[in-house]
Design a binder for this molecule. Structure first.
Ligand SMILES: *[C@@H]1O[C@H](CO)[C@@H](O)[C@H](O)[C@H]1NC(C)=O
Ligand SMILES: *[C@@H]1O[C@H](CO)[C@@H](O)[C@H](O)[C@H]1NC(C)=O
Ligand SMILES: *[C@@H]1O[C@H](CO)[C@@H](O)[C@H](O)[C@H]1NC(C)=O
Ligand SMILES: *[C@@H]1O[C@H](CO)[C@@H](O)[C@H](O)[C@H]1NC(C)=O
Ligand SMILES: *[C@@H]1O[C@H](CO)[C@@H](O)[C@H](O)[C@H]1NC(C)=O
Ligand SMILES: *[C@@H]1O[C@H](CO)[C@@H](O)[C@H](O)[C@H]1NC(C)=O
Length: 365
């Protein structure tokens, strides 16, 4: 073969390999994110109020729905929420749909269900939300800095009527010492939401999420359990079994430290605290609490939700059942060693107690 021929041959092979990779990637994407399962009656149940109980004692019963297909796709789920939201917003205000500053902000913490909370809440006709996380600049005193920050985000075309509240979420403003003052300057009447999760669970989930993201960026192959790096050393020094208190996951889980900083600028009545597990188990109750917190008319009820038993989470109930990814909440993680868990639990115990004291409630952590 001449040199030229060889060159052409190598180029063709490279192009074929590249093409193969692209096809493989998109097929994988489809397999992972566009699964449509047909679930039998017994698998999908809607929790509704018992007519016979007519509200006495708030008795709940489980009612099966006719066979509905279940769609696992976060994008389709979001579209459905927008559709339901528009249907519910029948009495549009006379005002114009304009860019409006956020009136309510989720200050954290990541990996506690912030995304589900914001997206489910935007079912409400008087709540509109920006998809994705917002950056500190969105609360800058200088309006042109705010607008620039907004233009850098997806979903920037959002507009709201004057009877609608713009709800946004941050990645972790709770742990950023400078944020309470910035937010207070921006709007002292801002409503804040803090959704929290048991620290050790959250750390495990956050880490496995990062690992799987890295892996997916590198290549979309499923990796073997033994390839997952051990997480223990991220949180504790394995020689001394000292907790690495400055490590990212650890530092951001001492919730009372962050909350204390906020309470210098905002009253506790301005902050709605939600527990992650509670939200997952009973999104309707939590969303109704949110409606009252924002002084909105009660709209959200169990009609809009379905519990998918085999997955253990709630989805949106409409013509079909719409859910986040089918792997949601089931990340393959390598477990932490029992000693690590014990060490972390006892490290967080006093921090959790301090947090419960601040909010006047305690959780089963
Ligand atoms: C639900 O689906 C199952 C299996 O496909 C079928 O046997 C059953 O009759 C269906 N039930 C209803 C209420 O449609
Ligand atoms: C819509 O607005 C009209 C006129 O303001 C009012 O009479 C009606 O009750 C409203 N409907 C709902 C569902 O809020
Ligand atoms: C606001 O920000 C813009 C762009 O960064 C800058 O040109 C302008 O001078 C700032 N205005 C004030 C009042 O600081
Ligand atoms: C996390 O670390 C930073 C910098 O070391 C510190 O200012 C902050 O108070 C720590 N804790 C929290 C909860 O943010
Ligand atoms: C663990 O602690 C020991 C003793 O303080 C120290 O020498 C070592 O560098 C630490 N290891 C890590 C990974 O920080
Ligand atoms: C939920 O709200 C809708 C609209 O107001 C209503 O038609 C439906 O009966 C309610 N469902 C329950 C279970 O309360």
């Amino acid at each position: 073969m001449s040199q030229q021929c060889k060159d052409v041959f190598i180029k063709v092979v490279l192009i074929l390999v590249l093409f193969g990779c692209i096809v493989f990637t998109s097929v994988k994407k489809q397999v992972f994110y566009h699964v449509t399962d047909h679930v039998a009656v017994s698998d999908v149940q809607v929790i509704g109020n018992n007519d016979e109980a007519d509200g006495k004692g708030g008795k709940k019963f489980v009612r099966s729905v006719q066979n509905k297909s279940v769609v696992y796709d976060p994008d389709i789920l979001r579209e459905q929420i927008v559709r339901l939201h528009s249907k519910l917003y029948e009495n549009k205000s006379n005002s114009r749909c304009l860019h409006r500053d956020p009136k309510c902000l989720v200050i954290g913490v990541a990996k506690s269900g912030t995304k589900e909370l914001v997206e489910f809440a935007s079912l409400h006709p008087n709540i509109v939300s920006i998809h994705g996380v917002v950056k500190p600049d969105l609360f800058h005193t200088n309006q042109s800095v705010r607008m620039r920050s907004l233009n850098l985000m997806p979903g920037k075309k959002l507009c709201a009527y004057d009877d609608q509240i713009v709800l946004v979420k941050s990645d972790n403003f709770l742990a950023m010492p400078e944020m309470p003052e910035i937010l207070h300057t921006f709007n002292p009447d801002l409503k804040l939401i803090l959704i929290v999760r048991e620290p050790v669970d959250r750390m495990k989930s956050g880490t496995s999420f990062r690992i799987s993201q890295t892996k997916q960026h590198a290549m979309r192959f499923v990796f073997k359990p033994e390839e997952i790096p051990e997480m223990d050393s991220l949180f504790v020094n394995l020689t001394t079994y000292q907790v690495r208190s400055d490590a990212p996951g650890v530092n951001s889980s001492t919730y009372h430290i962050g909350l204390e900083r906020y309470l210098k600028y905002f009253s506790i009545e301005q902050i709605l605290v939600i527990e992650s597990h509670e939200f997952k188990q009973n999104p309707v109750d939590v969303l109704q609490r949110l409606e009252r917190f924002l002084k909105l008319k009660p709209v959200i009820n169990s009609t809009y939700f379905a519990y998918v038993k085999e997955k253990g989470f709630y989805c949106i109930n409409s013509d079909r059942i719409y859910c986040y990814g089918s792997d949601r909440g089931r990340t393959a993680v390598r477990e932490l060693r029992p000693e690590t868990i014990k060490t972390l639990k006892s490290y967080f115990k006093p921090h959790n107690i301090a947090f419960f004291k601040l909010i006047g409630r305690s959780f089963d952590w």
